[in-house]
Design a protein around this ligand. Structure first.
Ligand SMILES: Cc1cc2nc3c(=O)[nH]c(=O)nc-3n(C[C@H](O)[C@H](O)[C@H](O)COP(=O)(O)O)c2cc1C
Length: 246
């Protein structure tokens, strides 16, 4: 990557094209038999991983299931939902609360510019190992929480993650953003998706050989939308209920 990448001129962006992608994305419950070309899937997955993520530690993994046998078993683990049964591909989107240490090392190795800024080196070598390490049985997390509570009386301090449970939330936030990029990318390519949390996580993890620490954030059903793929008109609650201008 160019060291001056940040100063490259920005391309013109058509808001109407973006609006079309966002507005036509729906959760699709039935897909046609048409497969998704490999190049399309690869592009969508690359766009997914360009999602913003905490400390650029990229705490995610994607398992793309296309073989009919495994897909059928996975659809069964997704409680037999039509979206899963008819999808051309099922993508298991996994959050990794446990990959931060290896990824912090990798971030130093993969730094895309010739010179590693000292502040970046300090962050990945010293700050991150304190910030994300919860210690055996979460003891370090508890100590950090106590210290944070004391110091926090007089100045702003980070209020977590202070436990292994909060590390799950930490990893899931970034992973969900990647999942959204993936769904919008599929839409931009003319394909569709359905995010699903209706699944048996124990069975899903077994089917994809996922170790204990990985969390299945969503299973995404993906494919070409069938004519009867949308079950109802899209609606949202009144913005005034949800958006607060302060
Ligand atoms: C985390 C999450 C889990 C979901 N789980 C399911 C699911 O298991 N099955 C399903 O049919 N839809 C599922 N959905 C889709 C929602 O029902 C859908 O997004 C919502 O009804 C709004 O419809 P729209 O996506 O078409 O705008 C899920 C969506 C999200 C974000």
């Amino acid at each position: 990557m160019n060291a001056k990448a940040g100063s490259l001129p920005l391309p013109e962006i058509d808001i109407e094209e973006f609006r079309k992608v966002v507005r036509t994305r729906r959760s699709i419950r039935r897909f046609t038999d048409e497969p998704i070309p490999e190049a399309v899937l690869e592009d969508c997955l690359e766009l997914a991983t360009l999602a913003p993520n905490s400390s650029n530690l990229q705490p995610w993994e994607f398992f793309v299931v296309r073989t009919p046998e495994l897909k059928a078993e996975l659809a069964h683990a997704c409680l037999g939902q039509n979206a899963a049964k008819t999808a051309a591909a099922l993508i298991v989107v996994v959050a990794r609360p446990d990959s931060w240490r290896a990824h912090a090392r990798q971030a130093l190795e993969d730094w895309p510019e010739e010179k590693l800024p000292p502040i970046v080196e300090k962050y990945y070598r010293k700050v991150a190992p304190i910030h994300y390490n919860q210690g055996p049985l979460g003891i370090l997390g508890l100590a950090k929480k106590a210290a944070g509570l004391a110091v926090g009386i007089t100045r702003p301090v980070p209020r977590g993650p202070y436990s292994n449970c909060e590390m799950k939330i930490w990893a899931t936030k970034s992973t969900a953003l990647a999942a959204q990029n993936l769904m919008l990318a599929l839409r931009a390519h003319g394909y569709d998706s359905c995010p699903m949390e209706g699944f048996d996580e124990h069975r899903v993890k077994k089917l994809i050989n996922l170790s204990g620490k990985g969390l299945v954030t969503m299973v995404l059903a993906a494919g070409r939308r069938a004519e009867n793929g949308v079950y109802n008109r899209q609606y949202r609650f009144d913005q005034r209920q949800m958006v607060h201008y302060l």
